[in-house]
Design a protein around this ligand. Structure first.
Ligand code: GLY
Length: 356
């Protein structure tokens, strides 16, 4: 993990220049951040900050919030900061839920989804079922920045990425290929694949994702969500992460929100939008997230409820408002990552149900 930054009254133009010289701006922001939304800008004087700068993410985003927060303090654009934050997970072969090393679909093909929104320009971008490109969050940002569209999928999304110089790569790691082969072998005892003994059966986390939102000292917001989606999904399945308004949403006048967990249950309530709208009506971020979960429970089909009427899946909402207040809520106890100026750490989510 990178160094912890403490927000103090002493952040000034001098600090900015010193930080930029030794930090991300060595050689200029664009040398490090591909296609930046804007160059680095000096931070306003502390007394003129409109917001407490914050980066918030799902629990796998501890390194991501550190990176994003460091970039905010170096004067980076809010979307550039959150994209660079989530890219850490996308490029990490050990995170089997996102990007490179993400668990594949039923056919052994990794198909990635991502979406993002940029508060200051009111723009959105998304990709679905993107194959062979490690960082779908960056491709979503290019859709946002360079097209008149919002959502590109499949082959078209890949060709679009290749046209900007992205490299086509095999996203299966030896471990994720093993996981898929074992899943296929144990799928049906009647088929021609011999089952793998119980003792060798791997534990698979069925879904995983990273959402990250940030607010700059100037009060500008962005959000991004990226995922490999449901492990061993039906080819072509797109979850909530790619859906603007579900996997994430951002309104620069109000706040930003995102989600991880069972995408189908989030899409039905447009949870990213709903959570921001709850904040628009005056709720604090944690209450806004809890309110969205109530809608999720109310719209859950009986087949997905247990005998006590509780959802048989997990879902978490994360929210931050324009002042830099933040929070998260989950159906069952969970955690999330945030950097609020003191350090990057995990926090407990508010939750609706106790784990049994
Ligand atoms: N939330 C990630 C997915 O369902 O694909």
């Amino acid at each position: 993990m990178g160094k912890t930054l403490t927000v103090s009254d002493s952040w000034s133009r001098r600090d900015f220049l010193r930080s930029a010289a030794g930090g991300i701006a060595a050689g200029g922001a664009s040398a490090v951040i591909p296609h930046p939304m804007r160059p680095l800008q000096p931070l306003p004087a502390r007394s003129r900050w409109a917001a407490k700068p914050v980066a918030i993410a799902s629990a796998n985003g501890l390194r991501g919030v550190q990176k994003a927060f460091d970039m905010l303090m170096q004067g980076a654009d809010t979307l550039d900061a959150v994209i660079e934050g989530v890219k850490i997970q996308e490029l990490d072969p050990n995170d089997t839920t996102v990007g490179y090393g993400g668990l594949p679909n039923r056919d052994g093909v990794v198909q990635l989804d991502a979406s993002c929104m940029h508060g200051p320009t009111k723009r959105a971008g998304a990709v679905g079922c993107l194959e062979n490109i490690k960082t779908p969050s960056e491709v979503a940002k290019l859709v946002l920045k360079y097209t008149n569209h919002i959502f590109l999928v499949g082959e078209g999304a890949k060709k679009f990425a290749l046209s900007y110089g992205f490299k086509e790569e095999d996203l299966l790691t030896p471990e994720s290929r093993q996981a898929w082969l074992r899943w296929r072998a144990n799928l049906n005892p009647e088929d021609d694949y011999l089952d793998v003994p119980e003792t060798e059966t791997m534990i698979v986390r069925p879904t995983g994702t990273i959402n990250c939102s940030a607010v700059t000292p100037g009060g500008d917001l962005s959000s991004v969500t990226t995922t490999a989606g449901l492990a061993f999904k039906i080819p072509g399945r797109v979850g909530d992460s790619a859906v603007v308004g579900a996997g994430q949403y951002c309104d620069n006048e109000v706040g930003a929100a995102g989600s991880t967990g069972r995408g189908e249950s989030n899409i039905k309530v447009c949870g990213g939008f709903l959570t921001v709208d709850n904040m628009r009506r005056g709720m604090k971020p944690t209450d806004a997230c809890l309110e969205s979960l109530k809608r999720v429970i109310a719209t859950t089909e009986p087949r997905l409820l247990d005998a006590r009427g509780r959802p048989k899946f997990g879902l978490i909402f994360y929210g931050v408002n324009k002042r830099g207040e933040f929070g998260a809520a989950s159906l069952y106890p969970g955690r999330y990552a945030a950097h609020d100026g003191t350090d990057a750490k995990l926090h407990d989510t508010a939750h609706v149900f106790e784990q049994t």
